[in-house]
Design a protein around this ligand. Structure first.
Ligand code: ZN
Length: 259
């Protein structure tokens, strides 16, 4: 049993490394302008954020969400799973999903009081690409007509995060957002956009602290804020930053055709 787990973990890591190497190749094929630049989302943009679990939005884009409150952007957050498997043992706890929904709402209020949210209640830990979920997400995209769709990047090392990317990809038929913005949680990405979040770091820390049920299993404050500090340090601006891959719909389509 242990051996199988080890092999599966190693295979997963290898898959991610391969994806990363492919990504380097892909940058050349797509001729993406890969200079690292400050992210600039226009005022009053319509934005849909896909969050696999009820804390990934805060971990990956909490500072960005805070900054958008000043830009009068409308933000709709879609939680694919409700987090019932977010226990120390990983066992499912049906009561936990209700707790985590409340935590997600409390966290968001600290960063951007005007967000709207939606829980799709898919199985936590075994999220699947299905016709039903694709239809649901397509209809959300059609209703909100997002200028930006924000989602986990394709190499993020958690099955539900990679599946969220695949669901998003398959739900885009007939939808043309201006940009797709991919964020990092479990695995750092190779960024082409960043935003300094010094003005929102206190609110982001408070928002992470709202996810009380999750903080006993891992020190997410040090992990996520540490990542944000590393990003700012390497960019050479501010003290904390969030990093992204930003793609036009055309670049995204070309990228997806390669995988
Ligand atoms: Zn997650």
């Amino acid at each position: 049993m242990k051996k199988t787990l080890l092999l599966s973990s190693a295979a997963r890591r290898l898959k991610n490394i391969t994806q990363l190497l492919n990504w380097r190749e892909t940058k050349n094929i797509l001729s993406i302008d890969y200079e690292l630049k400050e992210l600039r989302i226009p005022e009053k943009s319509s934005i849909v954020v896909l969050s696999p679990h009820p804390d990934d939005d805060i971990f990956g884009v909490g500072g960005l969400i805070g900054s958008l409150s000043k830009k009068m952007c409308s933000i709709h957050i879609v939680y694919l799973c409700s987090g019932e498997s977010g226990t120390v043992s990983g066992a499912s706890d049906t009561n936990l999903s209700e707790t985590r929904k409340k935590e997600a709402i409390a966290a968001l209020v600290l960063l951007h009081g005007d967000t709207t949210i939606e829980f799709l209640n898919q199985p936590d830990g075994s999220l699947q690409v299905s016709a039903k979920i694709i239809e649901k997400l397509s209809s959300i995209f059609k209703n909100h007509k997002p200028d930006y769709i924000i989602a986990p990047w394709f190499g993020d090392n958690h099955e539900d995060h990679q599946t969220t990317f695949q669901i998003m990809r398959k739900s885009l038929l007939g939808i043309s957002p201006d940009k797709i913005l991919l964020y990092e949680v479990w695995t750092p990405l190779i960024p082409n956009r960043y935003i300094v979040i010094d003005d929102y770091i206190d609110a982001k820390i408070m928002a992470i602290n709202e996810h009380t049920s999750q903080l006993s299993s891992r020190n997410y404050i040090d992990a996520i804020i540490g990542l944000n500090a590393y990003r700012a340090g390497m960019i050479g601006e501010g003290k904390y930053a969030e990093c992204f891959i930003e793609l036009t719909t055309k670049q995204f389509d070309t990228l997806c055709a390669l995988y």
